[in-house]
Design a protein around this ligand. Structure first.
Ligand code: SF4
Length: 243
């Protein structure tokens, strides 16, 4: 598994960092220097509350973060307004985390937010006709990032982030601006990374195959689903007409 190598690499880097740190290299009287130093606390990885939209998108994001962070996945997606689809994606997420932890000897945690599609409908009222990537989506991002930030506050976690930027269909600049704004408001930090970089999206596809995860073919809400189904129908009709 690639992440194992990465873990070893991460460990190696941490050790190198520690060895290079003058604090640890004072050979005259190391005991004196260590008296007031809480080594455990100092070397512990920061915790990030990572909002996840679905298991497949979370794969490469989690794998990228695990060497440097204690990752707590927050599954909060009332935008998936079909309950069966929601449960399928939630189970896929849990299944991935559980297997990833076993294979990589990791300790990624999972928590689920409240599921109430009405919350989503209320937020996006009047934007139902917008296409995917239109004006409805930033509202949907904000709803999920706000809930993640609130959960982080409740749990005493300073840092929050989201898997959303791994998708080439999602606008990183918009997500980044929303995350930064919420972080400022709530005195938190936003893990501002474009996870599609460093071949993140491609890797998420490969890992989803490797773990045999269920991968949906539409974003989440019924509005996007209708458009996606219409496109597939049109594509099918076009193919049939061409035959
Ligand atoms: S298309 Fe996706 S991001 Fe946009 S509103 Fe629907 S679920 Fe949210």
């Amino acid at each position: 598994m690639t992440s194992k190598g990465k873990n070893q690499e991460g460990e190696k880097l941490s050790k190198q960092k520690l060895a290079a740190e003058p604090f640890y290299r004072n050979e005259k009287n190391p005991e004196d220097i260590c008296i007031s130093f809480d080594r455990e606390k100092e070397v512990r990885k920061p915790t990030v509350l990572l909002h996840s939209c679905c298991g497949p998108c979370s794969t490469s994001v989690i794998d990228r973060l695990v060497p440097d962070y204690d990752v707590v996945v927050y599954f909060f997606n009332p935008n998936i307004d079909d309950r069966d689809e929601y449960l399928k994606r939630k189970e896929t997420q849990e299944e991935f985390i559980s297997r990833y932890n076993k294979i990589n000897n990791a300790n990624v945690q999972f928590i689920q937010g409240e599921y109430d599609p009405e919350e989503f409908y209320t937020c996006v009222e009047g934007l139902e006709e917008e296409p995917e990537g239109g004006m409805r989506c930033p509202v949907c991002f904000e709803m999920r990032l706000r809930a993640t930030a609130d959960k982080a506050l409740e749990m005493g976690i300073k840092l929050f982030g989201t898997t959303l930027t791994v998708s080439p269909h999602k606008n990183y600049q918009i997500i980044s601006a929303i995350g930064q704004e919420i972080a400022r408001e709530k005195n938190l930090e936003f893990l501002d990374l474009d996870f599609k970089k460093k071949a993140g999206f491609q890797k998420s596809i490969e890992m989803s195959r490797e773990y045999e995860l269920y991968r949906q073919n539409f974003c989440g809400c019924s509005f996007a689903r209708t458009i996606s189904e219409k496109k597939s129908r049109e594509k099918g009709e076009k193919t049939n007409n061409e035959q």
